[in-house]
Design a protein around this ligand. Sequence first.
Ligand code: FES
Length: 101
Amino acid sequence: SAVRSCQLPLESVADMQITTIEGIGETAIGKKVQERWLTLDVPQCGYCQGGQIMSAVALLTQTPRPMDKDIDAGMAGNICRCGCYTRIRTAIKQLGEAQSP
Ligand code: FES
């Protein structure tokens, strides 16, 4: 699952395996998400995109073919002041549709 590093004490993750936004592109699903983000020109200013991408990867990992309600729940709390929500949703839906049933 995706967590906010700014709210997580370091000692609470001492024995955990961690993937950050810098490494997410080395995972299969992370690479696909980043590529789809680029294809659809999802980001505007980019400020929120680290969190958006990490949450999208967590969502698609847990729910490979997410419905709207799954996207609402999985992406909740990721605020985009540029209003990129429509492109984010489109990217996630396209990635879900591309997954094998
Ligand atoms: Fe600007 Fe989301 S792309 S805040």
